[in-house]
Design a protein around this ligand. Structure first.
Ligand code: ZN
Length: 234
């Protein structure tokens, strides 16, 4: 949303953890910690869940552009479907330059295993926070393909990250607070409530971006369909 010629303001797709049992502690990035995280853990809970988690797609400016409810698990193939629904093929102009995702290394392996070329033009770095905390340096595939530092366009001349790759993480912290509110809502009210909260938050963020002269805007229908190269501010 915040204007940029790179069109990279594409946040991450991330579990929003409406289920608190999904929240993992921040672990040091050594192999022992990574291995320990993959050990099955028995956990009890004294409440019921109707859904597994909510997925959000968040622009790096903080604006949330799509949401999906996942039932059962945060499967990579489901993530792929969610992303394709967010950036459908009939809107080639919507295709992002980068997608930060905390599990992009597994996502990329999934794409290659299935010879899925939908995201070939998109950079798939892991967001900086998760890359430093949860991805081992011994994973050559991850280091070679998803290390955000390998995407030079993401680093400014001052050596700092150009984009806030933690925007989704920050949105999740906010979104997770609604867990107890929506826990037992019927499906229509559940969706209405969450979408309204997102819309209100988006309006506030756009207002703040405008005040900072960041030029938040919507892309035109023609630009999204690829029939126009110019994207007038709407
Ligand atoms: Zn990785």
């Amino acid at each position: 949303m915040a204007g940029s010629s790179l069109n990279p303001l594409l946040g991450t797709s991330e579990s929003s953890s409406l289920d608190s049992e999904l929240l993992l502690p921040i672990l040091p990035s050594d192999d022992t910690a990574v291995a320990a995280r993959h050990q099955p853990r028995l956990k009890g809970r004294l409440y019921r869940n109707w859904t597994h988690n909510e997925q959000l797609f968040v622009r790096c400016c903080g604006v949330i552009i799509s949401r999906a409810t996942f039932f059962g698990s945060e499967g990579i193939s489901s993530i792929n479907s969610f992303l394709k629904a967010t950036f459908p093929s009939h809107y080639p102009g919507s295709m992002p330059s980068y997608i930060f995702y905390d599990n992009n290394c597994q996502f990329l392996k999934h794409l290659r295993a299935n010879e899925d070329h939908y995201w070939d033009s998109v950079g798939l770095p892991v967001d900086v926070f998760h890359f430093n905390c949860k991805h081992t340096v011994r994973d050559n595939f991850c280091q070679e393909n998803c290390n955000p530092a390998r995407f030079k366009e993401l680093i400014g001349p001052d050596g700092k990250w150009v984009f806030n790759s933690s925007a989704a993480e920050q949105a999740n912290v906010w979104f997770g607070k609604f867990q107890s509110v929506v826990q037992d809502m019927p499906v229509i009210r559940y969706n209405f409530f969450l979408d309204e909260m997102i819309a209100i938050r988006n309006r506030e963020i756009v207002k703040e971006l405008s005040a900072q002269h960041q030029s938040p805007h919507l892309l035109s229908e023609e630009f999204l369909r690829g029939t126009s190269l110019t994207s007038p501010i709407i």
